[in-house]
Design a protein around this ligand. Structure first.
Ligand SMILES: CC(C)(COP(=O)(O)OP(=O)(O)OC[C@H]1O[C@@H](n2cnc3c(N)ncnc32)[C@H](O)[C@@H]1OP(=O)(O)O)[C@@H](O)C(=O)NCCC(=O)NCCS
Length: 180
């Protein structure tokens, strides 16, 4: 039986060679760069260079970058309860609706938590993960609601009058530490 796109896909850390494809997905998905791929490339490259404060991952199908996610670390590198934010995720339109975002978000959350635990000897019981989402973004809410199990913990109106909710997850770190 043919493998589904979701099963075929691979999730990995982004490299310099992925940035243009990510910029193209960014312009198709978000208004912030007004459809200008070169500006989006500049934007994506800035975040890419902010590693490890900001960490990008891509999901690849065959030889194509199908989507990306960016995670931001908050409040310093040695917090006893680190906070990470899923800052942006997007999947190219032709690959949407096939479960790529859940794979991308779940697997990379694990990878970032593992990275944090390997670097930070002060971590005690858990890592906190947060994500802000427009209250009307149903596809994104569908993805996040399963993963951010503490559910809605905050609200803001940052961009005009479009309200956003913050969903949170508390991730116990025992199983991450054991794998190190
Ligand atoms: C949000 C997003 C990343 C989800 O990616 P995805 O790989 O399509 O995720 P899924 O395949 O799990 O689909 C998510 C849900 O939306 C639904 N969906 C996906 N594409 C859809 C579409 N084009 N029209 C309507 N519903 C759609 C799916 O059925 C699923 O709902 P379900 O879990 O109840 O079945 C993707 O829609 C996207 O890139 N959107 C634009 C950027 C964005 O809004 N990012 C999030 C804010 S940073």
């Amino acid at each position: 039986m043919a493998q589904s796109i979701r099963d075929q896909a691979t999730v990995r850390r982004a490299g310099e060679q992925d940035l243009r494809a990510m910029a193209e997905i960014n312009t198709a998905s978000f208004a912030g760069n007004q459809g200008d791929v070169e500006k989006a490339l500049e934007w994506v490259r800035c975040w890419f260079r902010a590693f490890p404060l900001y960490q990008y991952f891509v999901v690849q199908v065959e030889d194509k970058v199908a989507g990306y996610v960016g995670w931001q670390l908050h409040g310093g590198f040695l917090r006893s309860q680190p906070v990470i934010e899923l800052e942006q995720v997007a999947v190219a339109e032709q690959f949407q609706g096939q479960g790529l975002a859940p794979r991308l978000c779940e697997e990379t959350m694990d990878m970032v938590v593992e990275w944090v635990c390997a670097q930070n000897p002060h971590v005690q019981e858990s890592v906190i993960a947060v994500v802000w989402v427009y209250t009307i973004n149903d596809p994104a809410l569908a993805v996040y609601a399963r993963q951010f199990r503490d559910q809605v913990q905050g609200m803001r109106n940052q961009y005009g009058h479009r309200s956003e909710n913050m969903l949170r997850a508390t991730i116990p770190i025992d199983h991450h530490r054991q794998r190190l």
